[in-house]
Ligand binder design. Structure first.
Ligand code: CP
Ligand code: NVA
Length: 305
């Protein structure tokens, strides 16, 4: 079998995703039962800061019987001190899997093409697929299913929104993006999702209409890493899309609220909602661990135990 990478949600088929969630649920019940690393190592390469991704991959690799090696770009100078190709070749001689968080998505594609071991995208400017797998797992746990739900993503049309658009190509959901035109997702990714969605992809300009009847209200920071120069204008443009008690009241009565974190409390989400009874944000954060353990297991040893 040739090596597999996980760079976007659509790298897995629907039936593989279904198996992945079964595996993640089982792994959550029995945290250290499977050891696909068998004493091998994983390189965790970070060009941007992280709490959840770093902690969940570090702990996850350990629980899967491996040694996690945290590497910052300050040390290796990806593409500067040494070419991406050479780094991929060298790391592949030492480790069984590479996780990378960086800016340009093309850099992860280049790394994956050159590495002889699986590469996992731990966030690029374009996508955050591991996040969406953890989010879908959280939705599945709290709603019992994913198909048929309305997911309203409110705020900046960023990497996380893009990965939700990819999820719409695998699940029969209504994905509603509530934002202003200036903060729309990338038009190519949006068009592709509109054409290939199993359910529906909608872009809604009015915040209450965007939240109306939603099963899941989702948001992310208004200015992503590497784009903090846009913070002020995004704050102005996106203020009406803040997830607060008024917007939450427009959603379904049993709606849950998700946020990939880190949050800017008081901007894209209020304390009252984030700490309120419908918030599942910390279950979602925990699920990064279980989801990524299932992803790593799938790439190293397949989707079944
Ligand atoms: N959600 C997420 O990826 O968090 P970190 O940036 O802390 O890893
Ligand atoms: N969109 C955010 C996600 C952080 C997990 C960012 O890229 O900074």
């Amino acid at each position: 079998m040739s090596k597999r990478d996980f760079l976007t949600v659509t790298d897995f088929t629907r039936s593989e995703l279904d198996s992945l969630f079964d595996l993640a649920v089982r792994m959550k019940r029995n945290r250290s039962g499977l050891r696909p690393f068998g004493g091998g190592s994983a390189a965790l390469v970070f060009k941007k800061p992280s709490l959840r991704t770093r902690a969940s991959f570090d702990v996850g690799v350990h629980e899967l019987g491996g040694h996690p090696m945290y590497i910052t770009d300050q040390e290796i100078g990806l593409g500067k001190r040494e070419s991406v190709y050479d780094i991929a070749q060298v790391l592949s001689r030492f480790v069984r899997l590479i996780m990378i968080r960086t800016f340009e998505h093309s850099e992860v594609e280049e790394l994956a093409a050159a590495a002889t071991v699986p590469v996992v995208n731990g966030l690029t400017n374009s996508y955050h697929p591991c996040q969406i797998i953890a989010d879908l797992l959280t939705v599945y746990e709290h709603k019992g299913h994913i198909d048929g739900l309305t997911i309203s993503y409110l705020g900046d049309g960023n990497n996380v929104a893009h990965s939700w658009l990819k999820a719409a190509e695998r699940y029969d959901i209504t994905l509603r993006i509530g934002t202003v035109a200036e903060n729309d997702p990338d038009p190519e990714i949006l068009d592709h999702a509109r054409t290939h969605a199993i359910g529906r992809v909608e872009v809604v300009r009015e915040p209450l209409a965007a939240a109306d009847g939603a099963d899941v209200l989702y948001t992310d920071v208004w200015a992503s890493m590497g784009q903090k120069d846009r913070a002020e204008e995004n704050r102005r443009r996106l203020a009406a899309f803040q997830i607060n008690e008024e917007l939450l009241a427009a959603a379904a009565q049993d709606a849950i609220v998700l946020h990939c974190l880190p949050a800017n409390r008081g901007e894209e989400i209020t304390d009252a909602v984030m700490d309120g009874p419908q918030s599942r944000v910390f279950d979602e954060a925990e699920n990064r661990l279980h989801a990524q353990k299932a992803i790593m297991h799938a790439l190293l040893a397949g989707f079944d135990e």
